[in-house]
Design a protein around this ligand. Structure first.
Ligand code: PBG
Length: 337
């Protein structure tokens, strides 16, 4: 029998613990590093002045009036974040979500305030109908075979108008999230014909129908009043190849950045999309439920929010996300300094 103490290629010659023994060695060989520049902070905006209305389901986050959103943007810029993404909560909702397309809509007002306060900060807007429609669906409803369904092609027109209006109000990047077929192409065409060939699109290309959006829907009062979103958002049990098809189609339609959402329960999908589309920047949305479940457990003393958050976000980045949308964006920037 060979002398175990000199066996090459295996234990005890090889000991992987040697590089884990102190922080200096661990830091030296770390591969995945979170950086504030990769993080986008979601903000909810509503009408008014000086208003910060706490969102019970998203502890630490508020529905903000445009002036307060501007204050947050100033902070985000100071912290070196990658950007903010705005979600509007209009005073009035109707069947087509008119506020979303109005130049005096809530997101348009907030955009002007935000760009004024923090001109260097990337201002992203979510392009969808669900926060603006009285029925809470992501598009126009039609009667079809005894049930109401979202009319894909009629919705495209609304999304194009919303994007052009956001662009005019100062958006630096528009992010369609409604999972309509052809939404990226329709928005690209509308922006181009409005002379905005320069404005990039970050598509929520791979968006699953998920229970993890619960706190967001409370924040934005956007839960569908009837039915669910399974007719347009993806099924968690569908083939991973479908995610790659969705992403590739959106790239072909002109998407500049591809997003996977949610993040934590879909790390395999982030990796597959990353590998299938070399050179295409990939974003992942660490959604409201991912934030709230950790915050809630931490409130009970069951885990440490900072370490659990950093571990989750590190995993999302390691899986292949270049950009991460997260409710912890400001916290991470502070924790890392
Ligand atoms: C709008 C939209 C939603 C989220 C982002 N954009 C809600 C939904 O699809 O129901 C969810 C974000 C989150 O949960 O943090 N369509």
């Amino acid at each position: 029998m060979a002398d175990q103490s000199t066996t090459p290629g295996t234990f005890p010659t090889v000991r992987l613990r040697r590089l884990r023994q102190n922080p200096a060695l661990r830091r030296l060989i770390a591969e995945t590093t979170l950086e504030p520049r990769r993080l986008i902070l979601p903000l909810f905006v509503r009408s008014g002045q000086g208003k910060r209305e706490p969102i019970a389901s998203l502890p630490g986050h508020c529905r903000l009036s445009p002036d307060m959103a501007a204050e947050e943007a100033r902070q985000a810029q100071r912290l070196g974040l990658g950007g903010i993404i705005l979600f509007g909560i209009p005073d009035e909702k109707d069947d087509v979500g008119s506020d979303a397309m109005s130049d005096s809509g809530i997101v348009q007002q907030a955009l002007r305030a935000v760009k004024d306060a923090a001109p260097e900060l990337l201002a992203v807007t979510d392009i969808c109908c669900c926060e603006y429609t009285d029925h809470g669906h992501c598009g126009v409803l039609v009667q079809r075979g005894g049930r109401r369904d979202v009319d894909n092609d009629a919705t495209l027109d609304l999304l194009g108008r919303q994007a052009v209006s956001h662009a005019a109000a100062g958006a630096d990047l528009v992010a369609p999230s409604g999972m309509m077929d052809g939404m990226v192409g329709a928005i690209r065409r509308e922006l181009d014909s409005a002379g905005r060939t320069d404005l990039p699109i970050m598509s929520y290309a791979v968006k699953y129908s998920s229970a993890f959006y619960g706190p967001f829907r409370e924040a934005a009062a956007s839960a569908p009043s009837e039915g669910d979103r399974r007719g347009y958002q993806m099924d968690a049990a569908s083939a991973a190849g479908q995610a790659v098809r969705e992403a590739s189609l959106d790239v072909a339609e002109g998407a500049d950045i591809i997003m996977v959402k949610p993040a934590l329960a879909y790390l395999d999908i982030v990796r597959q999309v990353r590998d299938a589309l070399p050179g295409v920047p990939i974003a992942a949305y660490s959604v409201s439920g991912e934030y709230s479940m950790i915050q809630a457990a931490a409130e009970r003393g069951w885990l440490d929010a900072q370490s659990a958050a950093l571990e989750s976000l590190t995993a999302i980045h390691r899986a292949g996300a270049d950009v991460i949308l997260t409710y912890w964006a400001k916290d991470v920037a502070k924790w890392l300094t």
